[in-house]
Every structure is written in C-alpha cells, then in structure tokens.
Design a protein around this ligand. Sequence first.
Ligand code: AHR
Length: 311
Amino acid sequence: MLTVGCLLSAGCGKKETGGDKKLTVGFSQIGAESAWRTANTDSLKDAAQKAGVNLVFSDAQQKQENQIKALRSFVAQGVDVIAFSPVVSTGFEPVLQEIRQAKIPVILSDRTVDVSDPALYASFVGSDFVEEGRRAGEWLATHTDGKATIVELVGTPGAAPAIDRKKGFEEAIAKYPGMKIVKSQSGDFTRAKGKEVMEAFLKSPDAKGITAVFAHNDDMALGAIQAMEEAGVQPGKDILIVSIDGVKAAFEAIVAGKLNCTVECNPLIGGTIMELSRKLADHQEVPRHVTSQEGVFDSANAARELPNRKY
Ligand code: AHR
C-alpha cells in the first residue's frame, strides 16, 4: 500500500515538471538596496536549496527594464514557475500577458502590480504595506499626543510600499489636526540617499521646527540618524524617528535610543514561495494572498526581541 501510494504521489508530483526533472523557478529580484532586500534574497535562495528547487536568480539592479528582460528570459528558458518582486507597480502588464501565453504561473513576491486583469498572477506573498504605514502613524500619534511636524523619507517612486505606506500613514495622522507632513522626498529605500535627503531637510530654513521623521524603511532612517548626528541634532530625542522593516540594525538603534520605533515587514517569505511554486507546477489551488503577520517594536520591547532577530 505504502509503495503504491508513494509511486502514485511521485507520479502526480512530477507530471508537469517532466519525469525526474527538478522544479525550476525563475526569480527576478529588485536589487540589493537595503538590508531587508538582502535578507529577502537569502530567504529565497535558502528555501530553494532546502526544497530541492532549481532557482534561476536574476538581480534587476533597481531597473524595471532589466526585470522585464529577466522575465522574458525565464519564458525562453521554459521555467516551471516565475516569481518576482516588482520594482514599481505599473508597466508589467504586457510581459505578464506573454508569460500567460506561455502558460507559466506567476507569484508576486513582496510587492504587488497594478494590472487590469488580476488573473495575470496566481498569488501574492508579502506584507500589507498600507497597514504598516498606518501602524507607523498611530505609533507617532500616541507618542506625541497628536502633535508633530513631520518630514517623510519616501521609498522608490512608483513602488507599491512607497505608495501604500504613505497612504496608510496619512490616513492614520489625518485624525490629528496637530500632525502635519511638512516635507516629503524620496530616499529610494537606501541608507545613502536617506542621509542625503535628511541633510537637505536639516539645512532648510524651517529645519528647527521638525519634530519627527517618518522613513518608509529602516535603511533610510539609519541614514537620517547619521545626518542628524553630523548636524549636532540628537536622533530619537530632538527628533523622533519611526520607520518600517525591523532589521537588526534598527533594533540596535532603538536600544541605543537613536530610533524610536520600527514597524516590522517580514522578508522571510522564501519558504512560502517555494511551497506555492510546487503546488502551482502541480496544478493545485493556491491562496490568492498570503499576508505576513508582523509586529511593532519600540523601547518597550526591542531589547527583548533583538537576540531573536534573524535579519
Ligand atoms: O518592498 C519592501 C521594501 O523594499 C522594504 O521595506 C525595503 O527595505 C525594501 O527595499
């Protein structure tokens, strides 16, 4: 009985990937702009290795055109499943249609796309970015009694987390007439640009009035901390800082009193993507959305969590 069961399931499982052929997943990553992104890449690679999946990895170096080329090359190679983390949310519809014609299922990893036909992808695995922005806004409102003059370090223009985190944050602070975003500029999700933009904010004539920073990710917040220290401003005290991701360096900055809050965004989604890839290759049903469960960390709980941080 056992043998028959094993043979049957092995036979079913291998149907679409061709006899003994390994499952091949093409994965187009955005780049390596942040510590979060590096952890995400490692998660995908480790999970593929553990699951015995042949991962064809491509780094788009922040360029949509590179990503589109990679997706076309996955089609040409005849991979079983395509996963990708779209650098921006628009402009992918034509290539997604080509992928559909080639009958290759698509998983969106971490970021969503704007498409007229949602059936162009099978599943999205990632975070609720609007909720993350909302949590950051609510944390700031609670810790400032609803009074703050805020500067915002925005992520990559056109990227889903930049659009959605802004939306969620603005929605949360809209309930507090004493909270205003006075400057908003992209730092492209990188530490270097976060620092550069914060330096410019601190040099502006109205810099003295700034009481808070909302950074769309930890790397930009860490860059802003550097800029403040160089300008003789005490990060975390003179200016409160709230950011998103929950990378180890952000926890260390909270423990050091330089960052006030980080809203978690979980990059460790590789295991789920491999699991869904196998199911899709076997024509099984998969959930339309798999949303990560995430926490909020500040001086009350960061030190306790720091030793457990995996990224
Ligand atoms: O899409 C997730 C975001 O992209 C992370 O917040 C950020 O660090 C990354 O670059």
